[in-house]
Design a protein around this ligand. Sequence first.
Ligand code: C5P
Length: 322
Amino acid sequence: HGLLGEVWDDEMSSSMLGSRLRKVVQNYQAMNKYGVQLSGPGGVSSRPKLSGPELLCQLKDNVEVTTLTSDLQPFSALPWAAQLPPKPLTSELGPYKSCAVVSSAGSLRYSGLGKEIDSHDAVLRFNAAPTTGYEKDVGSKTTIRLINSQVMASDDHRFLSSSLYSSGVLVAWDPAPFSADLTQWYNRTDYPIFTQYQRYRRLHPLQPFYILHPRFEWQVWQRIQDNMAEPIQKNPPSSGLLGTVLMMSLCEVVHVYEFLPSRRKTELCHYYQRFYDAACTLGAYHPLLYEKNLVKRMNQGSNRDIYTHGRVTLPGFSSLNC
Ligand code: C5P
């Protein structure tokens, strides 16, 4: 169940999930931990289905990839403000010609995609995803690593000491309440992103390390909800989609690997762990099912690319004529 036909169907809905996962998703759809306020017409059935190019322009026009800088309140008044970068990520990194976004999906196992991934000008990886020992399948280049605050805070990831995090540019994020300003978020983060950030910066002062502005994740969330025919989970998008949109702002073309599962699709959660759960691919907390619908609609590559390589092709924002 779940995945219909050969490749991802862009009309996947929670009703197509198995009963266990469907209940989990429906639970999250009813919950509203972050106080999400629905805007717009809300008449889901009358919503026109946008074309791929229309969706791409909507994303470009409505989502701003911003990061925290040392001049922003309330940080500017705090003693550690100088640890934050003076300039935003988008003015310091890129532009790149071609970029790869490497999901951590179990279907990357035995993919042999390593060389192809490394041939890109920049490679984005997520959270604790390693390259050592998996080079054949996922490559070895890491330009940017997008990490969530849970990984930064958990003991088993040894974020402060593991060499996994010490190469490339780090970008961190933490879910903020939907309409919170930076001060409200600072006083109520999901995980202690700011204490961990300060500790890490003290240990690795030369490594570039950005924090995403929480407005970004909710702008991306709004693009998903506005283009789906049913209410999606009122939780932030997964790292996978956030990283994809981040790279669309830095690169001329973005290839996303195994976000839309290939013929290797599996319930193996991550290529680097022996843990099986369909929720990793189909979502539970994150509106991942709907993220994948949106990416499928925006894909400019072929279904064959998805089937054989798990590869989606997206234009960077600078390549769009909106
Ligand atoms: O689990 P983690 O968030 O570290 O994985 C990175 C991203 O890869 C996820 O946020 C999700 O978008 C994507 N992913 C996936 N299918 C999986 C595992 C991860 O689409 N089985």
